[in-house]
Ligand binder design. Sequence first.
Ligand code: FNR
Length: 342
Amino acid sequence: MARTQRKLDHINYALQTGQHRLSGFEDISFVHQSLPDLSIEDVSLDTVIGGLHASSPIFINAMTGGGGKETEHLNKELSIAAREAGIPIAVGSQMAALKDPAEAGSFEIVRRMNPDGIVIANLGGEAGVDEAKRAVEMLRANALQIHLNVIQELTMPEGDRSFKDTLLRIEKITAAMSVPVIVKETGFGMSRETVSKLSSAGVSIADIGGFGGTNFARIENERRKTSFSYFNEWGIPTAVSIAEAVSVKSGMAIIASGGIQNSLDVAKCLALGAIAAGMAGQFIKTLKEKGLPELIKELKDTLHDLKVIMTALGAKDIKALQEARLIISGETFHWLTQRGID
Ligand code: FNR
């Protein structure tokens, strides 16, 4: 029951304290082009994320499941929204459902509501090959996310304190799976050193899960009045982390997430070199505060607005958007300069 309450707390605290505009997007500006030579009808949002073909670069990132009827209902609605908008959806960590099959229903509903869509399974870095296969089977998933959440664990009094051999497990899972494996951060960002290590381990897709949006250090500290406040500002802002990851030039597909709230944020992430953008906190907030029809409308509007922005930039597809001209200023410029990234 404690875990069920924790899942529900995470959602409620994410709505109250999780969303900040600290991802660095205000440091990124597009250079306006007056002659885009493009019609909006010719703009395509199709993307290929490390072998996974999707008709949208925007997806609903991992959030919930395994917390009883309430999370089952939320997963059902998120899945319907993904289906109606034609975008991929990732579920929250399935580890609890692997340990207790009674929990599986709150995940399986995602596939039931969305039989033909892209559904992404999710486990933590403590998972092994057998668990990874079972998580994918549970959902007939098209891909698997392995999440890294060191800071959240350290901020929880009962959380993990050892993070040994995670890369080794990831390497084994990546080699054993028949679906693409995405390694993701959960709001603290990936450095280029992390991305290099993942690349060496054979990982071909990284979701950099940057700092600036949902913040699990803050959520855990506020929910329990704990004193790990030194982690509240910890992390690599999303804009910086995308540039760090892309600078590795490993050929890996880089997914952006962390504090993305609208189509302009998405466009900036893609122009920094990401191939797709995951949104979690923004969508759960809309669902909880405004309901399912509003979430479906927001998803469709965000996709349409992305096409509008691409038209203004003369970018007919995601590849062209990745090459759009940008000016980088402020903290993001400062960070990238010190790290030798241009
Ligand atoms: C999450 N996130 C998450 N990630 C993951 O890989 N497995 C999980 O089980 C969860 N659970 C979860 C619950 C809730 C309520 C939220 C809001 C988020 C993290 C999520 O996928 C994402 O990495 C971060 O939230 C950063 O993105 P946003 O929220 O700033 O868009």
